[in-house]
Design a protein around this ligand. Structure first.
Ligand SMILES: Nc1ncnc2c1ncn2[C@@H]1O[C@H](COP(=O)(O)OP(=O)(O)OP(=O)(O)O)[C@@H](O)[C@H]1O
Length: 463
């Protein structure tokens, strides 16, 4: 078995304990050092970084008050407040162990120990230290990102009255801790608004953690969200912290919440009600304090009426609802957005390009079923592919797609085949031609989907 890359220090004045600990821990950890004299702790901590320190509570023989152990613990934590320290305590000293935990010890182990328990306790402490370090990196990346987001309002473009109303609502709700539900079609900017709310909230220096309920396999969802304990299932080789816990103190952004299967909706509801998570394979609840922002492209109230989404969960997550309008309803934002993306991609690809007035007008006339994301991709593609300096109508993919007119739903009266064809067209537009997503949404395999595309003469429309 590969050893964990951890450096462990064991401090105890009993040489037999040191030998026993060394033998057991060396099977799991790359480096195990022992020290019988706690007076040397100061020196050792200045020289090295230890992932976990095992510290005996009693030193001068005969004394069992544990005070020496507590004093050494305080000293260690004054040198490094993040140091993981596991106390070694004698049988019957549980009260003392609890006192040590209150002082900041990570855990304790009772002498005489069970070898497996010793290994598991130190491993858990080590994993916790690693996760905390990762979270630290994440937070620092996050705050760098926040700084970029704070920079000139460059990232979020929109001056239409509809977008102003959205920004106004986002700003107001950001100051509170209310749960927010963002509604709107794909690509309308829900994630961008979620980040903006986090960015402007008092949690801005904490983590913003995204979970995509739409793309995560259902079997993985629970372990990702709630975390797990080593051994909770076959692949759980070590403890892992879940995303809800990772977002502790910050914001959890749950995208495509409408796609959560009902059993997971019940679990999420219980997390929100109790403000705690129970990792898989554990029975110890962990208290969490997260601000929840959810998003969905479903008409969620219809999903509730159809019994696909729990009403009680909806009332927990939608303290404030903000609806992002589709791009076709705010065409006055299109020139700004188009220029914004043009600037972004001409800089990225080092090309000189401009947009003619008639081209902008042309972009405003298109319905943009994929909303801002589709506009962004269209501009990127035009910047890369166009041979002209001034981008023209025919530099835009949708304009040259022979399929555009064909991808129109038939109007009533409808035959069963018409309805099936319309359902396929709606899904293709909703998922912007991503055939895997289209097939999943329609509940058919890709082969069946392609057969139906041929049947309805739609295959030529898919690029
Ligand atoms: N107002 C805006 N200004 C600038 N860029 C925007 C704006 N709205 C959306 N975008 C860009 O469009 C793309 C899609 O936005 P975003 O991911 O926030 O949409 P979404 O509604 O969350 O989409 P989905 O429902 O598919 O997850 C992103 O690249 C985003 O940066």
């Amino acid at each position: 078995m590969k050893k964990l890359p951890a450096r462990i220090l064991v401090v105890d004045d009993d040489p037999d304990i040191l030998t026993a600990a060394r033998v057991v821990l060396r099977q799991t950890f790359a480096s195990v050092e022992t020290e019988s004299n706690p007076q040397k702790l100061n020196f050792l901590l200045q020289q090295h970084h230890y992932d976990v320190i095992l510290l005996d509570m009693n030193y001068s023989s005969g004394k069992t008050s544990g005070n020496e152990g507590l004093a050494w613990l305080k000293q260690i934590l004054s040198i490094n407040p993040d140091q993981r320290v596991v106390m070694i305590t004698a049988y019957g000293d549980i009260k003392l162990a609890v006192e040590a935990m209150k002082e900041g010890a990570a855990d304790f182990i009772v002498k005489p120990w069970d070898n497996e328990k010793l290994e598991a306790t130190v491993t858990a402490s080590y994993q916790h230290a690693v996760t905390k370090k990762e979270l630290g990196h994440l937070k620092s990346r996050q705050s760098q990102y926040s700084r970029i987001m704070q920079a000139p309002e460059s990232d979020l473009v929109g001056r239409s009255s509809l977008m102003k109303a959205v920004l106004n609502a986002a700003q107001k709700v950001a100051e509170t801790d209310a749960n927010v539900l963002l509604l709107g079609e794909n690509g309308t900017g829900k994630e961008l608004i979620a980040k903006l709310i986090h960015q402007q909230s008092k949690r801005k220096d904490e983590a913003f953690i995204k979970v995509d309920a739409g793309s995560l396999a259902h079997s993985l969802f629970e372990s990702e969200l709630f975390g797990y304990k080593k051994g909770a299932f076959t692949d759980a080789r070590e403890d892992r912290i879940g995303r809800i816990e990772l977002a502790n103190g910050g914001t959890l952004f749950l995208d495509e919440v409408g796609n959560l299967p009902l059993p997971l909706q019940a679990k999420l509801l219980s997390v929100l009600q109790n403000r705690e998570v129970i990792p898989l394979g554990s029975n110890k609840p962990v208290a969490v304090n997260v601000r929840l922002i959810c998003a969905t492209n479903l008409v969620i109230h219809e999903a509730v009426a159809a019994g696909q989404f729990r009403e009680d969960l909806l009332y927990r997550i939608n303290t404030v609802e903000i609806t992002l309008p589709p791009l076709r309803m705010r065409t006055d934002d299109i020139p700004l957005l188009a220029q914004h993306f043009l600037q972004m991609y001409t800089a990225k690809y080092r090309k000189e390009k401009t947009l003619g007035d008639d081209t902008i007008k042309y972009l405003q006339d298109y319905a943009w079923p994929g909303n801002v994301r589709e506009l962004q991709h269209a501009i990127e593609r035009a910047v890369i592919m166009s041979e002209h300096t001034v981008l023209k109508k025919n530099d835009f993919l949708f304009a040259s797609r022979k399929g555009a007119p064909a991808l129109t739903a038939k109007q009533e009266p409808l035959s069963l085949d018409d309805m099936e064809r319309n359902a396929i067209i709606t899904a293709i537009q909703q998922y912007q031609g991503n055939m895997s997503k289209v097939a999943r949404a329609l509940g058919v395999g890709r082969t069946t989907l392609y057969r139906k595309l041929t049947k309805y003469g739609l295959e030529k429309d898919i690029s």
